[in-house]
Design a protein around this ligand. Structure first.
Ligand SMILES: [Zn+2]
Ligand SMILES: [Zn+2]
Length: 273
């Protein structure tokens, strides 16, 4: 079993509305299941619904891998209820905040009066906070290897590649490309992967007026995936202003451009095995 499930697919800010029903309004959160192991990529608002499923299925152990700590990727974290249960185990990893004192310190500043009434140390399931340097490679659990790379984003971000049983899924958000200069770090990370989830915040038309904001386009994701021999690209981190009708046009254009393109929707699951 190797699967990737989308619980939140938006960037920037959650946008629940009648115009965001078909693709979803929650911010970045992905569940990766590898055998009996569960991993969460980012803790945007989508993590709240994931948390309910974890409680329903009594999932006891989880690793949370953070791309970075901008609000849209951590705003749901205090609402991940399994983290408050001392009978469960949670490990949190990040690759971009060593120079800020580490991920424990950074998250604790998010859960402090007068922003939030419950402190981080009430989350009794958390057994370990681990800071690595984006670019490191490590073994997460038996049979699960992780490679990482730094991304081009304000305050830094980490791209992940999770490998198991000869298959690989990559999570590459948030990142900005330089037109005409494919990101060599990303190409190295995604080489031959079965699935790449990629920051596709903007269209090619919108991109020039957002240079420096730290995001990319599905067209660039597709170019990178084709260069690196990737099988499937999940278009992700949708801009909140891209409502359902807009996204349907985008999906038609992207799927016509390459058969490997899929547009991530809340609730979508992609099996790799
Ligand atoms: Zn983001
Ligand atoms: Zn960001």
């Amino acid at each position: 079993m190797f699967s990737v499930k989308f619980w939140g697919v938006r960037g920037s800010i959650a946008c629940p509305s009648p115009e965001h029903v078909r693709y979803g309004g929650n911010t970045s959160c992905i569940e990766v299941t590898v055998g009996e192991h569960r991993f969460i990529l980012d803790a945007g608002t989508g993590i709240r619904n994931l948390s309910k499923e974890f409680l329903r299925n009594d999932v006891r152990t989880v690793h949370l891998l953070l791309s970075h700590t901008h609000w849209d990727h951590v705003i749901g974290f205090p609402f991940f209820r399994p983290a408050y249960d001392p009978k469960r185990r949670m490990h949190i990893l990040a690759g971009h905040v060593r120079h800020h004192g580490g991920i424990q310190k950074v998250l604790s500043k998010h859960m402090i009066s007068p922003f939030f009434p419950v402190p981080l140390d009430a989350m009794k399931a958390i057994r370990e906070f681990e800071d690595f340097e984006a670019g490191d490679t490590f073994r997460l659990c038996p049979g699960v290897n992780v490679r990482t790379t730094p991304l081009n984003h304000p305050d830094g971000a980490t791209g992940y590649r999770i490998e198991h049983g000869g298959k690989a899924a990559c999570y590459v958000t948030d990142t900005e490309h330089v037109p005409g200069q494919p990101d060599q770090n990303i190409l190295g990370l995604i080489e031959g992967a079965d699935l790449v989830v990629y920051d596709s915040s903007y269209t090619e038309e919108e991109f020039p007026s957002h240079v420096g904001w730290g995001h990319s386009t599905w067209n660039e994701g597709m170019r990178l995936c084709r260069m690196a021999g990737v099988k499937k690209l999940a278009i992700f981190h949708h801009e909140p202003d891209h409502e359902d009708a807009f996204m349907e046009n985008l999906e038609a254009e992207a799927t016509a451009a390459w058969e490997g393109n899929v547009v991530a929707r809340e609730g979508m699951e992609i099996r790799l095995d």
